[in-house]
Design a protein. Structure first.
Length: 603
């Protein structure tokens, strides 16, 4: 079914959650566990939508509890886009024969009710559970005050103003560290070598991978500290931690270059790196409660050389830099603050363009980078025309390629993929969610028609919408891969066709633990299987074509480190060149804890 001009796609689904059991998965817990990272301070974990079922009353506080399956064919709530039908007429029947209500795009059928408020939504507590953040359990609703805060103006970005012909950034006089090349202790990366304080390969069984190297976390304040980002190049694994950027050789863990010390806390990083392995780090301009996240520094991941630096300027009233978000779209750095954004040349720091308020009081609220630059704006706040809009921008000029409006009540929360563009939106009032694929011109390509409780691991932020903050979801040009919620053990990964939104195939985890998609490469889906009490996690590959989709184990982590692997409160994971990397994104600050910062596994 095609959409009339300028009409967004439709169809919301998901389900509100029942009151979670005390002490179940996702219940508050002490993050001070062996090998784990610390207490939450804007941790970046969450999970996606539950199965379809009629609302059971207002959402309950909490996070990460099992949901009840929803009945197929139950009446559905409207989705995130205007108009009662594609052309104002009656709705088409849903995939299970039940009458469907309009979705976020105002015309297409949808089904189900969303979890409150949405997987990994801002204000949603992290999902530690008994495993780690990847134990994707559905998120429950946040308090009204936080929701109200999020809905007022959204979250946006902006950088320093100035002469467009003059680079905002300045090159640092410090060429950056060159690296000492000395052997280091496996634990904390200091010293000139010595005995391994923890032999993590002791008792390793035949067929198990080995811990190539590990690093202990640096000292952090008692309240904890952020450790955002993890970047892997052909030779270097780089990690941000509190006030430092550290780099290790991917094979043996020896320092590639000396740590870069920042004067204040690192508060934001580009999750992506440029084609020539550069990143940008933001750090605080002071240590007081009024300090802002407005200092920028470019860094070469391979050499540790500091490039340009700059300062993010304050915007208009309510457009602050208390918290900023950085994203790279090719060679463009987009810096976002609360109600605007500014783009810079990632190589030189020269300002390219501003993305400011436009149209019907539309304030840019979030950006997604990668091979494309996507902008989401909150429009018409506190008016009858309050809604979200999504746009694609030219990353070098800021020119708007296309715009798609959502109906009132629907919010764009995630981009599960940027190319192809897969959008996850939610409607808190209707307890509904929707997953749609948009084509190169912003038109509706398809909507997911699988009535399932999906559970990718998504980050969250109180002040901003982290569009690209989800792990545990993957896509190729024709297929979206989503993990289902685990119900007492193994889960499944469902392959969904982007042409029609229908299920193509599904595969069950090879262990009694959750399996999460990482990426697609060479016609294979690469997935991570969670560790258990008596086995380490594993990396598996699943053929994406043909009749069989049986997982093949590529790397089996040792059982001896399962507790450490399982204990991170929040984490990043990566599979690169046959090695598996795992690192914490939050430091506990506990003096007595032998907290791990990062581990590398291989054969």
């Amino acid at each position: 079914m095609t959409q009339p001009p300028n009409q967004p796609p439709g169809g919301g689904f998901g389900a509100p959650q029942d009151q979670p059991p005390a002490g179940g998965f996702g219940a508050p817990r002490d993050p001070r566990q062996a090998g784990g990272s610390g207490a939450p301070h804007d941790p970046r974990q969450g999970t996606p939508p539950p199965p379809a079922q009629p609302p059971q009353g207002p959402p309950q506080p909490g996070y990460g509890y099992p949901q009840q399956p929803g009945p197929y064919g139950s009446p559905q709530q409207p989705g995130p886009y205007p108009t009662p039908g594609p052309y104002g007429g009656p709705q088409q029947p849903g995939p299970y024969g039940a009458p469907q209500q309009p979705g976020p795009y105002g015309g297409q059928p949808g089904y189900g009710y969303p979890q409150p408020p949405y997987p990994g939504a801002p204000g949603t507590p992290p999902g530690p559970g008994s495993r780690g953040p990847f134990r994707g359990k559905p998120a429950l609703a946040v308090g009204a005050a936080v929701v109200a805060l999020l809905l007022i103006g959204g979250a946006v970005y902006a950088v320093a103003d100035g002469d467009d012909d003059k680079p905002v950034a300045e090159r640092s006089d410090d060429p950056g560290p060159t690296g000492s090349g000395l052997p280091v202790n496996p634990g904390d990366g200091s010293g000139s070598g010595g005995a391994d304080p923890d032999d993590l390969n002791e008792g390793r069984k035949a067929g198990e991978a080995k811990v190539l190297w590990y690093k202990e976390a640096p000292d952090a304040p008692g309240s904890g500290a952020d450790a955002p980002g993890m970047w892997i190049t052909a030779r270097t694994a780089v990690k941000a931690a509190y006030k430092e950027l550290v780099a290790y050789n991917v094979g043996d863990g020896r320092p590639t270059w000396d740590p870069i010390a920042f004067p204040q806390d690192i508060c934001s990083v580009t999750p992506q790196k440029t084609a020539d392995d550069k990143i940008v780090v933001a750090y605080m301009n002071g240590s007081s409660d009024r300090a802002e996240c407005n200092q920028l520094q470019q860094v070469d991941l391979n050499t540790g050389e500091k490039g340009w630096s700059g300062e993010v300027a304050d915007g208009a009233l309510f457009d602050s830099t208390l918290s900023v978000e950085l994203t790279l779209a090719g060679d463009t750095l987009m810096v976002g603050r609360s109600q605007s954004g500014t783009a810079y040349d990632a190589a030189t720091g020269k300002k390219l363009f501003d993305k400011k308020k436009y149209g019907d009081a539309c304030y840019p609220a979030a950006f997604a980078g990668g091979s494309r630059l996507i902008s989401v704006a909150s429009c018409g706040a506190a008016t009858a025309n309050e809604h979200d809009e999504i746009q694609e921008l030219d990353p070098r000029t800021g020119e708007v390629k296309w715009t798609r409006a959502f109906t009132e009540g629907w919010r764009v929360m995630r981009t599960y993929s940027v190319d192809p563009l897969v959008v996850y939106s939610t409607n808190e009032d209707e307890d509904a969610w929707n997953i749609s694929t948009l084509d190169a011109k912003g038109g509706l390509r398809s909507q997911v028609q699988v009535d399932e409780s999906f559970a990718p691991a998504c980050g969250w932020s109180v002040l901003q919408r982290d569009l690209t903050g989800c792990q545990g979801v993957a896509a190729d040009p024709d297929t979206l891969y989503l993990p289902t919620e685990a119900t007492g053990g193994a889960n499944e990964i469902v392959a969904i066709g982007l042409a029609d939104g229908e299920e193509k195939w599904r595969v069950t985890s090879p262990a009694e633990e959750s399996m999460l998609p990482l990426r697609v490469e060479g016609g294979r889906l690469i997935a991570y299987v969670e560790p258990s009490y008596d086995a380490g996690g594993r990396i598996v590959s699943v053929p994406t074509t043909g009749a069989g989709h049986r997982p093949t184990t590529l790397l089996q982590n040792p059982a001896g480190t399962a507790e450490i692997e399982d204990g991170f409160f929040s984490r990043d994971i990566a599979w690169v060149d046959g090695r598996f990397y795992i690192s914490t994104t939050r430091l506990s600050g506990e003096d007595e804890a032998k907290e791990k910062l990062m581990l590398a596994y291989g054969k």
